[in-house]
Design a protein around this ligand. Structure first.
Ligand code: NAD
Length: 532
């Protein structure tokens, strides 16, 4: 019996570790990198706690050394997906009824493991399968993942504490039930933390899950799954089903028991899933909750008063860290002519010094892009710009996929503010710049707002307070995360809840109360105390 009222949980962001040469953490990381590269892994599906091997397999590849295969994974077919739905439903009652503090404890334990003995495993898997530098892995698969688990726990307690008013003769209560049925969590390749959170947040609220990880990063997702198991997650609560997305989706989205979709990925895939839900809407037992964080065409605007040094830093880190494959990465910039004349040479020089290559080398800033599909798509945009009379390649433009999917950081300059690369999401290290006359600042704000169908992130660089105020107002619907005098990437859990609107998603702010509440279905209980 538990009748204790629990003290409020505390929350603090996980500190970022530096991994200096010869430090204990660097040595542990290097040992893990070695282990992963030298021990071939065979990754099963995990359904109802049981490992299943279908024999229909995909490969786990290192993007910056794509001939190196580090393992293979089994793919789920229709039969396994149906089994996973049954197992998720079977696990549901016990999981739902488990007191919330027990559920949350599992994820707090997972955070503790990730901050300690599992840190190197998570980071090494992320570095090798996503081609992230050590720093980029650390802020993702260690810090952000840990923050998601701990902050979700903190938010869940706050939500549960929220209760309606009662009167002298009526006692009102809210019970925060999970949704009826199962949740379909579908993760993108680019963040281990997002992948972990997509299944963890509905699970913490009492739901059971089918998790389809991205095919290119099954390895790092599997490490997160094993972390959940190590932390004590009961069988069937999260079911791990990598495989062919179309085939899995068809079965999942037509199940009458689907109660929610938790998705991060591209806009088109999300639209297709939503369409499929619409087509099946009369078959469901409940209206599925649909939460999706999708694409972006994020901007940087530099006013004539912008601080030159911070702008250059913002343009480089905002556009090129992790090869421009952060959903929040800047990919179009509008720069006042007077500023441009002063920063152009330094910007080009700094970008030309960026080291692209093996992420295990300590001075590498950019690794490879995720796969051949992505490489081809980015290369096509670059070639388009090279051959266009509307644009010139200012720096970069080289790409080479012989050993890894490498694309150099590329800056395109255009005089056409509606040039293809100013409007479409490229999802690679390509920034397009448009120079405007200093006096046209107000028009540029309008242009920026109207150019893109997305609205994820954006930054304004200015010292002039009126300019900042005007941008904030004019661009109110252009970004769910708006930044002043800093790059548009690097949102920190608990500090900048993340998500965008328009075609960038449902803006339910991953890792926050807003998101968690989507996985709950409150029941209000009114009890009459005074009976006439
Ligand atoms: P993607 O859309 O190609 O894939 C995402 C997931 O959807 C993968 O697991 C994939 O296998 C699955 N998928 C593909 N087709 C499907 C279908 N028909 N049914 C069900 N699932 C399907 O995206 P990606 O390349 O992995 O990630 C990059 C995209 O994600 C970019 O557009 C980026 O902007 C976006 N993203 C957005 C955010 C955000 O917070 N807004 C965060 C990360 C990534």
């Amino acid at each position: 019996m538990n009748n204790s009222v629990i003290n409020e949980l505390n929350f603090k962001n996980e500190p970022v570790i530096k991994y200096l040469p010869k430090s204990r953490e660097r040595m542990e990381l290097e040992a893990e990198l070695y282990r992963i590269k030298n021990f071939y892994i065979d990754i099963p599906l995990i359904i109802g706690g049981k490992e299943i091997r279908t024999g229909n397999k995909g490969l786990c590849i290192i993007p910056h050394n794509h001939k190196k295969v580090i393992g293979e994974y089994h793919k789920a077919g229709k039969e396994e997906v149906e089994l996973a739905i049954n197992e998720a439903l079977k696990a549901k009652t016990k999981w739902e009824e488990m007191p919330w503090e027990h559920k949350v404890s599992i994820f707090l334990r997972a955070a503790e493991l990730a901050a300690g003995t599992w840190r190197a495993k998570l980071n090494a898997a992320t570095m090798l399968t996503q081609s992230k530098t050590c720093r980029q892995a650390e802020i993702d698969s260690a810090c952000e993942l840990i923050d998601f688990f701990r902050y979700n726990a903190y938010c869940i307690q706050q939500i549960y504490n929220e209760q309606p008013l009662s009167t002298k003769d009526v006692w009102n209560r809210i019970e925060y039930r999970p949704l009826e049925g199962f949740i379909f969590a579908v993760s993108p390749f680019n963040f281990t933390s997002i992948a972990g959170n997509l299944c963890a947040s509905p699970a913490m609220a009492g739901n059971t899950i089918l998790w389809k990880p991205a095919s290119t990063t099954v390895y790092s997702s599997y490490v997160v799954y094993k972390l959940f198991q190590e932390a004590g997650l009961p069988d069937g609560v999260i079911n791990f089903i990598p495989g062919n997305s179309g085939e899995i989706s068809d079965t999942v989205l037509s199940s009458e028991h689907l109660s929610g979709i938790h998705f991060t990925g591209s806009t088109k895939v999300f639209q297709d899933m939503w369409t499929a839900v619409g087509n099946n809407i009369t078959n469901y037992r409940t209206f599925p909750r649909i939460v999706g964080e999708t694409g972006g065409k994020n901007y940087i605007i530099a006013h004539a008063s912008a601080d030159r040094k911070s702008l250059i830093e913002g343009l480089i880190d905002g556009s090129f860290e992790f090869q421009g494959q952060k959903c929040s990465a800047a990919s179009r910039a509008y720069i006042a002519k007077s500023v441009w004349n002063e920063i152009k040479d330094t910007l080009i020089k700094k970008v030309s010094n960026i080291k692209v290559g093996d992420i295990e080398e300590i001075d590498t800033y950019m690794g490879a892009v995720i796969d051949n599909k992505s490489y081809d798509s980015i290369a096509k945009y670059i070639e388009y710009a090279k051959n266009s009379s509307d644009a010139e390649i200012l720096i970069g433009g080289e790409h080479d996929d012989r050993s890894g999917y490498f694309v150099n950081p590329t800056i395109i300059l255009t005089e056409n503010p509606n040039f293809k690369t100013m409007e479409e999401e490229i999802f690679g290290p390509v920034l397009t710049i448009f120079i405007y006359d200093d006096l046209n600042y107000s028009d540029i704000l309008k242009l920026c707002n109207n150019t893109s169908k997305y609205a994820l992130t954006g930054s304004i660089f200015a010292k002039d307070r009126y300019a900042i105020e005007e941008a904030e107002k004019e661009l109110v619907h252009s970004a769910g995360n708006f930044y002043v005098n800093v790059k548009p990437t690097g949102a920190v859990v608990s500090q900048q809840p993340f998500g965008g609107s328009r075609l960038s998603g449902t803006n339910d702010k991953a890792g926050s109360k807003f998101n968690l509440i989507r996985w709950m279905s409150p029941r209000v209980i009114k009890e009459q105390l005074h009976i006439k």
